[in-house]
Design a protein around this ligand. Structure first.
Ligand SMILES: Nc1nc2c(ncn2[C@@H]2O[C@H](COP(=O)(O)OP(=O)(O)OP(=O)(O)O)[C@@H](O)[C@H]2O)c(=O)[nH]1
Ligand SMILES: [Mg+2]
Length: 385
């Protein structure tokens, strides 16, 4: 059966409301076809809810563990913790993994990538991945793409060498290269570089901000040694991205390089990130806090004693995002909030909040309490930024 070149789904002409629909008159024609859904995303920016459950996702990628392949794990630099798909190692076997930390065009100049890279290596180890290397890239700005190709070639050669006795035809070794990762990390944008620049093919894979734009595997055979395979995105239900409407996701999604917002706070102050995150500080000393979030995210500073009332009065009006009614209602109920408390003895720390970005704090004898939706992951590390 023919597949949609935009999202990889098998085409059908039976049900307009199901993925992969094209009118039967088009389906009988030869050639490259986009399904109705891709057409609507590309031309009208139409939004669709994710359709692949994470159980189905695991079933789909499970075949990788039985193959000889290279895995490119795409991670968004704004959400490094959220980029590690739980139990991924069980589904990809011992295949070598190159982690691509994408969207580094968003980082302001001067950020040290060395510590970030070390942290990612540590997380890869905790996640039992057969990590080969970590490469910082930008699919949008085509940064460091050469390095990836060199790395793949290097792994292929090494693999052939080690298995010379086994693989009499070294050309067969590790020619499949799977690009996997959480939804919206930029996998398809990455593959389109190869489609456009190497294959000179302008019929690109559909990309968009919404989650799970890609619905099935999409193969691009570059030459006999390199077949790149795009895959659907895993939904991270510990990220705000999974709970916001498109308007709010648009605001949280950093489009240009981040201009960190820096505050010198007294130890009796509260910061709201829209109405999604509340940070309370308790300290005798001044605290330096920098927010690496989308430039459009509204940040509100107030005294801690006024913070409760402000939240009750202004959630969803001044304190936005959220603008989605259901989420506002949930966030109004204290039962749906969680408190994460950190005692910062002395030094620099980074707090990563999935779907929001990260916060750099320099403090001494400071208690920081974070209030947010109970499903969202928060991680503290000694500063890596
Ligand atoms: N700033 C920046 N944005 C990027 C980069 N790569 C991708 N994006 C944006 O990220 C969003 C998601 O890109 P996709 O390529 O559709 O992501 P995906 O991983 O294929 O998503 P799914 O198919 O849903 O899993 C789009 O809005 C892209 O323009 C990058 O290097 N930098
Ligand atoms: Mg995609």
């Amino acid at each position: 059966m023919a597949k949609c070149i935009g999202c990889g789904i098998t085409l059908q002409s039976l049900n307009q409301d199901q993925p992969g629909y094209v009118p039967s008159t088009i389906l009988v024609e030869e050639g490259n076809i986009y399904c109705k859904r891709c057409f609507n995303i590309i031309h009208y920016g139409k939004l669709y809810d994710p359709t692949i459950t994470n159980k189905e996702y695991y079933e789909k990628i499970d075949r990788i563990k039985d193959e000889n392949a290279i895995v490119l794990l795409m991670i968004d630099c704004m959400d490094i913790y959220g980029g590690f798909i739980p139990n991924l190692y069980k589904h990809i076997g011992n295949n070598p993994v190159i982690i691509l930390v994408n969207k580094i065009d968003l980082f302001p100049k001067g950020i040290s990538l060395k510590l970030l890279e070390a942290k990612i290596k540590e997380l890869a180890k905790e996640n039992n991945l057969a990590l080969d290397s970590v490469i910082m890239i930008s699919s949008k700005k085509k940064k460091n793409i050469e390095r990836i190709i060199n790395k793949i070639d290097f792994i292929q050669e090494r693999f052939d060498y080690k298995n010379r006795n086994v693989h009499h035809n070294p050309n067969k070794a590790l020619t499949k290269i799977y690009v996997i990762g959480v939804a919206s990390t930029g996998k398809s944008t990455f593959l389109n570089i190869f489609k456009k620049d190497i294959m000179k093919d302008d019929l690109l894979i559909t990309t968009s901000l919404q989650m799970q734009t890609t619905l099935d595997f999409i193969k691009i055979t570059i030459d006999k040694y390199h077949t790149l395979i795009d895959t659907p995105g895993f939904i991270n239900y510990h990220s705000y991205q999974a709970y916001l409407n498109s308007h709010d996701n648009e605001i949280l999604n950093a489009k240009n390089y981040l201009k960190p917002k820096t505050y010198q706070l007294n130890g009796d102050q509260t910061i709201y990130l829209g109405g999604l995150v509340r940070l309370d500080f308790y300290s005798e000393e001044k605290i330096n806090v920098s927010f690496y979030t989308s430039n459009e995210l509204y940040i509100h500073r107030t005294k801690r004693i006024n913070a409760d009332k402000l939240y009750i009065d202004k959630l969803g009006t001044l304190l936005v995002p959220p603008t989605k009614e259901e989420l506002i209602e949930e966030l109004k109920n204290p039962k749906n909030l969680k408190k994460v408390e950190y005692n910062l003895i002395e030094g620099s720390y980074d707090i990563f909040i999935s779907g929001i970005g990260f916060i750099h704090i320099k403090a001494k004898n400071c208690k920081a309490i974070i209030n947010l939706y109970h499903k969202i992951d928060v991680n503290l590390t000694e500063s890596i930024i």
